[in-house]
Design a protein around this ligand. Structure first.
Ligand code: PGA
Length: 245
């Protein structure tokens, strides 16, 4: 299981160092699971410094630009993330899609650059409540996958995160049955793109908490979780990791 903590625009430098220190202290030895944290860009370097010497936790960026470098005020490049010591980058999170108008084509362009820089991409997809109520959830997610994954995507460099937009930060979790149906659908779509992509990990995200994680992890084709709010508390993040056992 991959348990990824998306800190979003939260934490000061000292809070970040303290949180990752508590996570490292609480991680079981030889855990078969992969713990990842995604601090805001300015906190990546101190968090990586705080994790020096442990392979048990990896660090990633929350976004990157599609261009290699240049005049893009306020942005960060994939190679900067790689150079700072990141292994992963989240792309196409619904908050990027809604706050910054990112399209799936934008996400695919960013993914090409990220994979080229040697990062692994966690590509996010998910329907809005209106789309689910209109019975469009599977079609929307399928289109997002087909348009957001670049031709360069492989089982080694790409992870998909299914995050129903209406479940993010709301406390509402999708029903287990709905998660099972959507993850099976995503698995089928990935397999149709290339048989080997059927092995790509598919994370669930949206109000994952210690109390509901085990039930979600038991669903077929769920390869872990992308956790927002609950990843800000080391104890909750560790409890979600423990639920993966
Ligand atoms: P949440 O966020 O766990 O706070 O719902 C998940 C995410 O946006 O990745």
């Amino acid at each position: 299981m991959i348990i990824a903590g998306n800190w979003k625009m939260n934490m000061t430098r000292s809070e970040a160092i303290s949180c990752v220190g508590q996570i490292m202290a609480g991680l079981p030895e030889n855990s078969p699971h992969q713990a990842l944290v995604f601090p805001p860009a300015i906190l990546i370097a101190p968090v990586i410094d705080a994790c020096q010497g442990t392979a048990a936790i990896s660090v990633g960026g929350q976004d990157c630009h599609a261009a290699l470098q240049g005049a893009h005020t306020g942005d960060i490049s994939a190679s900067m993330l790689k150079d700072a010591g990141c292994s992963h980058v989240i792309l196409g999170h619904s908050e990027r899609r809604s706050d910054h108008g990112e399209t799936s084509a934008d996400v695919a362009a960013k993914a090409v650059t990220a994979l080229g820089a040697g990062l692994k991409a966690i590509i996010c997809v998910g329907e809005t409540l209106a789309e689910r109520e209109a019975d469009q959830a599977q079609a929307v997610v399928e289109t997002q996958i087909r348009e957001s994954l670049p031709a360069e995507a492989t089982i080694d460099n790409t992870i998909v995160a299914y995050e129903p937009v209406w479940a993010i930060g709301t406390g509402k979790v999708a029903e287990i049955e709905d998660i099972a149906v959507m993850h099976a659908h995503i698995h089928a779509v990935l397999t149709s793109l290339a048989p080997s992509l059927g092995q790509v990990s598919i994370l669930y995200g949206g109000s994952v908490k210690p109390g509901n994680a085990a039930g979600i992890f038991a669903v077929e084709h769920v390869g872990g979780a992308l956790v927002g709010g609950a990843s800000l508390k080391a104890d909750d993040f560790l409890a979600i990791l423990a639920a993966a056992d």
